[in-house]
Design a protein around this ligand. Structure first.
Ligand SMILES: [Zn+2]
Length: 97
């Protein structure tokens, strides 16, 4: 939409971790496809000024997964004690017993 190569537009730079001036290095259907940060000169896909998921969010997701995986083995161990037959379903576990 009226964008041209070399035009300067705002976009979120993951390296600078903020909105910075970018120049358009690639166009697709008349709008920016790839841009280059004018601060750190790194190229990346134009992200419509959207910030990617923050580290905090990723950490939260990782924590959530860690909790899930720490709960699951404990439950499995209890199940092993109560029902030895279930241990056979888990490769590796059967070698220990
Ligand atoms: Zn940058």
């Amino acid at each position: 939409m009226g964008m041209r190569l070399g035009d300067v537009i705002d976009d979120f730079c993951v390296k600078c971790k903020r909105l910075t001036n970018h120049s358009i290095v690639s166009l697709l259907n008349g709008s920016a496809a790839k841009v280059r940060c004018r601060t750190c000169y790194s190229d990346h896909d134009y992200r419509n000024e959207q910030a990617p998921p923050s580290k905090k969010d990723l950490k939260k997701a990782a924590l959530f997964n860690a909790v899930l995986s720490s709960v699951a083995p404990a439950a499995a161990e209890e199940a092993d004690g109560a029902e030895p037959g279930k241990a056979a379903k888990k490769p590796g576990k059967s070698l220990e017993t």
